[in-house]
Ligand binder design. Structure first.
Ligand code: SAH
Length: 424
């Protein structure tokens, strides 16, 4: 699942080749490819050539992965430079994060992005992971005021995939495309009761070598413990906002009394029970302040999340916040960059919500300002339009990136396994 980088063969020495690429020169083992010659373009990890590609494909990938690499230090705010310096040595405090979130001048914002990019590269090299998400039910008994799945949204056509349908999607994703990490997401749907969920996880883990994240909202700790026993690896459960008062307000209606402390306690219990944690917030919620966002970053850091999960607020029709303003993309990019400064080795995906407001272009931008992973949507086409958390959801599965990232290789499995061991 780790992204390979294109390079061109400069020299061949037995089963090894010297490749030239964005990484400079790199010696890679070419045994898996059979005969290769000088001038060939290869996709390679740090030590291993994985596949031959043609020149056009290589150029396209290089363009896709290229960051910006120009910052003129004389033009950069001096306080910013000292904060970036601090971030290399220690964690940043709230005031420093607020300063970064408030940056306005283009040169300053670019300097922040570049620093995050440098940190990503020095800690995580050129590896980028692609996760697949399967949205298996849009029934929800919750009523969150921002979410299109809220149960009071009577206009939404509801669907619930069957076990057989889910396994069909997973079979294709794992065995045909090579996904190693999948997220199973739904509303809080008791139609998928505890017993069925546990059976599903058990079956997946028996049949496939794949990491499974569950993103099914608040269920009992007992259910989560059983899912863990059945083989679930991680959870994706956002705290949504670190501002308790705002949380309670957004999760309060005639039918819902959201409980911030309960949600946080669940995340913490799941961590204690060995789950790899992916959590975070919605960026740009109506009523949210810059200080709240700084606290969100600190909360993720404190939780020691393995994967940061956050995205911009996008209004969703037929919800209480349907007429509110969409978040600004630049704020989400700054949050990605800041998370990278504080959580140097975390997985930070460019999420679909960000792609929804920024299009395919923003994917490249996100990957060059600290993000190191992507979420591709694997929900069957016939259901996608009904998983309407927010308006105009983006579905930019990129097959070229999939081909580059999703190869079967023991080294990349080992890397993920190590990361999971470290984080739980
Ligand atoms: N039911 C699950 C997750 C499904 S929704 C749970 O409770 O955790 C997945 C995520 O979509 C939510 O956690 C929320 O952060 C995000 N989301 C919902 N509505 C949104 C909106 N209008 N804009 C941006 N993100 C939204």
């Amino acid at each position: 699942m780790c992204l390979t980088i294109p390079g061109r063969i400069k020299k061949i020495d037995g089963n090894f080749a010297i490749l030239e690429g964005s990484f400079g020169l790199r010696k890679v083992n070419t045994m898996a490819l059979g005969k290769v010659k000088i001038g060939d373009w290869l996709l390679a990890t740090t030590g291993l050539a994985v596949k031959k590609i043609n020149k056009d494909e290589a150029q396209e990938l290089i363009k896709l992965l290229k960051g910006h690499n120009y910052v003129n230090n004389d033009k950069i705010d001096k306080k910013l430079l000292s904060i970036l310096e601090n971030a290399r040595k220690r964690s940043l405090n709230r005031d420093e994060i607020i300063f970064l979130l408030n940056l306005r001048r283009r040169e300053d914002v670019e300097a922040l992005f570049l620093e995050a990019d440098v940190i990503r590269k020095s800690y995580l090299k050129d590896f980028i992971c692609i996760h697949g998400i399967i949205e298996f039910s849009n029934y929800c008994e919750n009523n969150c005021s921002y979410c299109g799945l809220r149960f009071e949204n009577k206009k939404l056509k509801r669907y619930r995939m069957s076990l057989k349908e889910i396994i069909g999607v997973i079979d294709n994703a794992v065995n045909k495309i090579g996904y190693k990490m999948l997220v199973l997401q739904s509303g809080v749907d008791k139609g998928w009761n505890d017993t069925k969920l546990i059976e599903l996880i058990k079956l997946i883990k028996q049949k496939y070598r794949v990491f499974i994240f569950v993103s099914i909202g608040e269920r009992s700790l007992k259910c989560y413990k059983e899912m863990k026993k059945a083989g679930a690896d991680g959870i994706l459960l956002r705290f949504e906002t670190s501002n308790k008062e705002l949380y309670q307000r957004l999760h309060f209606s005639k039918t819902l009394k959201g409980n911030f402390d309960k949600r946080l306690k669940l995340i913490s219990d799941l961590k204690k029970n060995g789950y790899y944690i992916s959590s975070g917030s919605i960026i740009g919620l109506p009523g949210q302040t810059i200080k709240d966002l700084a606290n969100d970053v600190l909360m993720m850091k404190k939780m020691n999340v393995g994967m940061v999960s956050m995205g911009p607020f996008v209004p969703s029709e037929n919800t209480l916040l349907g007429k509110e303003k969409e978040a600004e993309a630049i704020l989400s990019l700054k949050m990605i960059a800041i998370c990278r400064l504080l959580m140097k080795e975390a997985r930070i995906p460019v999420t679909s919500a960000l792609e929804t407001i920024g299009g395919e272009e923003i994917r490249k931008k996100g990957l060059s300002c600290g993000a190191n992973s992507l979420m591709f949507n694997l929900t069957p086409r016939k259901y996608r339009k009904d998983y309407k958390i927010y308006n105009n959801k983006f579905y930019g599965r990129n097959k070229k990136l999939e081909r580059a990232a999703l190869f079967q290789n023991e080294d990349s499995w080992r890397m993920i396994e190590q990361e999971f061991r470290k984080k739980i």
